[in-house]
Design a binder for this molecule. Structure first.
Ligand code: KG4
Ligand code: ZN
Length: 338
């Protein structure tokens, strides 16, 4: 069984092939030009996906050593994401599956991240607590099986990755913010500023807009505006922010581990690449004596492998989709997150 996975929800075009359950190709093309604009420009993203997708599919099949007709299942991200960008991958995948007369499975992007730990040698064991932290989402979930995913908490405003991106922009480090903040904060004081952690009504929810405002207020009070921050203070502000953002994520995960019975913990999504967060999750896993699965960097950011994996999981569970004429499938029909 050869499964093709296509991801195009934001600024990465990615194509993967899973053959007999083994990942044999995962090509990722990142649209680095968005750095010139300080963030992702949706229209430019769609155009870039359009240009790169077909060559990338050809390259991925060549790497996998298979031809078009040897594909047994086509999967693609159906959302959430940038509509134009999604449509490129989704329309291509549907047309392709139709032409080779093979089934097509639309995959929810977040579910791709949730199960990305299964791409690793050591896999999560159900039920597992999963923290999804990306540029658009922050979700604390209890994953009971492949089709039972309980939402414990989410962000009531900004996503964790969005907070990293906004603070990075404010401090002049540029986009994408996560890796830049992490680099600047390396070996710096985390107690230079004591940024608060928000408390939400639902004990498992997150809020990052308050943290962003406190950074802004601190800068205005101390320096007037961001352009006047002395260079030697920038790394300590970045480190203090990173510390608070990571604490906010860890505190809720800790509470959930106390409350829910789980066999493993999984940390997924772009922000899961963060070293401090990964280290803190190691400590949590030690404290609660749980198996911890964090995907390697290649599978933390957006990638086709997690889409192919989740698509084949759904296919094996007997889930089928017809080729409807709606260009864009309804997302509520394509998620098991309740
Ligand atoms: O999952 P992802 O690649 O795309 C979305 O689905 O959104 O996540 C992208 C996010 C960006 O906000 C980026 O700044 C953040 O992940 N990120 C990080 C790190 N690497 C990427 N955040 C913190 N630390 C990192 N090392
Ligand atoms: Zn993502």
């Amino acid at each position: 069984m050869n499964v093709l996975g296509i991801e195009s929800s934001c600024d990465e075009t990615s194509v993967a092939v899973i053959s007999e359950g083994r990942l044999i190709s995962n090509l990722i093309s990142s649209q680095d030009f968005h750095t010139n604009y300080g963030g992702v420009v949706p229209e430019l993203s769609s155009r870039a996906h359009l240009q790169i997708l077909l060559p990338l599919v050809k390259q991925s099949l060549a790497q996998a050593g298979i031809t078009l007709n040897q594909i047994d299942l086509v999967t693609a991200t159906a959302g959430p994401g940038l509509i134009g960008a999604l449509l490129v991958g989704l329309s291509f995948a549907k047309g392709f599956a139709y032409s080779i007369k093979k089934p097509f499975i639309p995959v929810n992007h977040i579910e791709g991240h949730i199960f990305s730990g299964f791409l690793m040698e050591e896999k999560p064991e159900f039920p597992y607590l999963c923290l999804v932290v990306s540029g658009g989402h922050t979700l604390l979930l209890l994953v009971e099986s492949e089709t039972e995913i309980k939402k414990l908490g989410t962000t009531i405003d900004d996503a964790a990755g969005e907070a990293f991106d906004k603070i990075s922009k404010l401090l002049g480090f540029g986009y994408p913010g996560g890796p830049k903040i992490q680099e600047a904060a390396l070996n710096q004081r985390t107690d230079f500023v004591d940024f608060p952690i928000a408390q939400c009504k639902n004990e498992f929810d997150f809020s990052f807009s308050g943290l962003k405002t406190s950074v802004l207020r601190f800068i205005q009070k101390e320096y007037g505006d961001a352009s006047k921050i002395p260079n030697e203070h920038l790394p300590s502000i970045a480190a203090s922010f990173q510390y608070s953002a990571v604490r906010a994520l860890v505190v809720n995960t800790d509470k959930a581990l106390r409350k829910y019975k789980t066999n493993s913990i999984s940390l997924v999504g772009g922000v899961a690449a963060n070293k401090m967060l990964r280290d803190e999750f190691q400590k949590l896993a030690g404290k609660y004596k749980k198996k911890l699965v964090i995907p390697s960097a290649e599978f933390c950011g957006d990638n086709g492998a997690m889409i192919a994996y989740r698509g084949s999981q759904l296919h094996q569970a007997g889930i089928k989709y017809s080729f409807d004429f709606n260009a864009f499938p309804s997302l509520s029909d394509h998620t098991f997150i309740k």
